[in-house]
Each structure stands twice: as C-alpha cells, then as structure tokens.
Write a protein that binds this ligand. Sequence first.
Ligand code: IPE
Ligand code: IPE
Ligand code: MG
Length: 217
Amino acid sequence: MTLKHVAFIMDGNGRWAVAHGMPREEGYKHGLEALMCVVNRLNARGVEAVSAFAFSVENNARSAIEKAAIFEQVKKFNRSYFGNLRVLYMGDIDALDDDVVDSIEDIERRTCKNNGTVLNIALNYGAQTDIVHAAKVAYDKGVFDEAAFEGALATAGLPKLDMIVRTGGEKRLSNFMLYEAAYAELMFYDKLWPDMTESDADDVIKEFERRVRKFGK
Ligand code: IPE
Ligand code: IPE
Ligand code: MG
C-alpha cells in the first residue's frame, strides 16, 4: 500500500542538545533541520501529507527559554521557506503571540497554491481539545455522523492517517491525533529527532509498505 499521510512525533530534541554539550533549547534548531530533511525527501517520494507535532498544549508548561526557542524556529521557518510544500498549521494558533500568528498566516497564504506535500504542523495542539471542539460543532449543527465529526476535526481534508512515527524512545501518543490514530500503523525509533535523515524517511516508506493492514477483516 502507498503511504499517503504520515505523522511524526518529533521527540528527543532537548536530550539531543544535552548529549552534544548544548543547552536543551539549542535542540530545536537542529530539530527543524531534521524536519526539513525528512519532509523534503517524503515530498520527493510523492507522499501527499506529513503531519508534524511541534508543540503540544501540555508543552506550555515548559520554561520560558525553551518556549521562546521553539517559537523562534517556527517564525524562522515561516519567514524563510519558499519551496513547493503546502504549509498548514493545526492547534490553538490564536492563543499564540501576534508575531507567531502573523508569520503563520503569511506562510499559509504564500504556499496555499503549492502542489507539493502538505506539511501540517501541530502547534499548541492537543487531540482531546480538538475532539471536544469537533463534538461541539457537530452538536451545534445537530449532525452526529462520523463524516460530519471528521469534517470538524483539525485534520479535515487531509488524507486518512496511515502511520504515526515517534522518535526519542518513548512509546506513547502524548495527546497527538488520537481520533486519526484509530487504524494508523505505529513506528518507534530510539534515535532522537535531530538525528533523523533522508534515509530514515526512505525507511519509513519501506516499513509502511511491509505492514499488513487488516482493518478488522
Ligand atoms: C519534542 O522534544 C517536544 C517539543 C518540540 C516541545 P523535547 O523537547 O520533548 O525533547 P526531549 O524529549 O526532552 O529530549
Ligand atoms: C510530545 O513530546 C510533543 C511533541 C513532540 C511536540 P513530549 O516530550 O512533550 O511528550 P511527553 O511529555 O514525553 O509525553
Ligand atoms: Mg520529549
């Protein structure tokens, strides 16, 4: 089967920095480099959509230094990206600082007609919040079928999620794409996110093609 939509839980940036003798917050710069390397490769291989977990609602509990470093990378990417990816963000974006929101609106506008892979970045995102929001939309409309519910999720319009890949050794979803994960394949790497390479992107595709999906049959 062809991999259409893969999601990455990009974990291990802080540990990577510490292991290289740097402060934790330095890890996010290298994390962004790894993301571009992986996504560019998946784009070249024709994968339709990549979702990337960049900042969870729970990550708001991190130190001010760490949060500033993460959002600095977000803004840097938004300002400097001019390739053919179509960039989208999901999560509670309006709650973020104005300069972050402006940079997001700018890159979404700039890339909206692009024909490459959709890069869907989860920022200030929590799956439970998204599910509750979708339930409210369905309630307000008085329509409760799965199609209406899915159409109200932040991932509406993206291909069905095929696979979730988590780096950094932990084996949990940490409130990421819980509804979409229903029949997604799961893949875990012990390596830390900044160590991901183009060849790992190829391995993700290869591993997905090896999986036998049964959907209960
Ligand atoms: C992923 O990296 C999470 C974020 C980008 C906020 P971490 O910052 O959690 O890195 P580790 O897991 O502490 O090494
Ligand atoms: C998940 O990593 C969030 C992101 C990758 C953005 P965390 O490091 O926040 O997850 P936990 O706390 O280990 O579950
Ligand atoms: Mg972590």
